[in-house]
Design a protein around this ligand. Sequence first.
Ligand code: BGC
Length: 381
Amino acid sequence: MRVGRTALRGAPKMIAALGLGLVLTLTACGANSSGGSSGGTAPSAAPSSGGVKVGVILPETDSSARWEGFDKPMLDKAMRAAGLDPDIQNAQGDEQKFSTLADGMISSGVKVLVIASISSDGGSAVAAKAKAQGIPVIDYDRLNLGGTSDYYVSFDNEKVGALQGQGLAQALQGKQGAQVIQIEGAPTDNNATLFYNGQQTVLKPMYDSGQLKLVANQAIDKWDNQVGGTTFEQLLTGNGGQVDGVVAANDGLAGAVVTVLTKYGLNGKVAVTGQDATADGLQAILRGDQYMTVFKPIQEEADATAKLAAALAKGDTATTDRTATQTVDDPKGNREVKSVLLTPQLITKDNVKTVVDAGYINASEICVQATQAACDAAGIK
Ligand code: BGC
């Protein structure tokens, strides 16, 4: 399935270097094969609520459990509650499909388009087409650099990265010269850059002082979890099997890293970061294989998006301006984008319960045989 892996094999020896600029040139053909509707005309799956039509395009399924597991149902519910009739599709990591889905939604008469794009370029192209038809666009979770979207709804993504850096620093406290490998997100996703920047605010001074030692830093095209695992394994073996901490940019990549660590008998001995508070990530934390994750209450993101979309559909700028009171800088488009930026939270074994108490995940999804004792100790039920 993953054609790109062969291409990867020859590459990584020279990646013991810094900077997100080092990018794997992979063509993940396999990612494109799944998913139902290929767009075209009016791709409408769920029954119409008779409300105002809104199109939503999500980027991938495989990069994180969040998109289909959280964003899709939460957006659907929030939008219906706001009197909208949402058509929510997933581009499955395929730029062509992303564009075709958008064309279908535009011609079906959506009043607002909400996009979480695969890349800034793909997202910006779609936003321009929608704009030409007078359809307002909300960038959802991922900002399209150089784009024209009217609003942006996300979390404070530099803060997400800072929490990851903070978690790693906390886990490696007192381990002078601890060796760190960084496995980062897709270079086409502006969020991956923001996560990296946030991490570096904490980690760079520690590398500079010699408290921590950076072994390698590698971005993973399309956040492909499988590629993340093989890349990490090559970096680990290239470093003689030595590693003390791993920055994994989300829980999916962390899971792939933990699989490799387990193969070498290192799981539980190496601090691994994550993000998204997925069931797998939280289980790994309870087992002691992952140190932390970042909880981003997606319901808040979905609610803010639904509120903005409903107001935009009515041309109610008083409400949109009252809702999107923050701004983010788009350095490529040289503009400030009106935004809603929500607050992420650091989760370790000590406060996994918070995520359950917030109603984000059920105890039954994370308390399984391997974690039951930890759940009991933490009072998670
Ligand atoms: C999102 C993360 C997600 C990643 C991979 C990022 O843009 O903010 O929550 O884990 O994409 O899908």
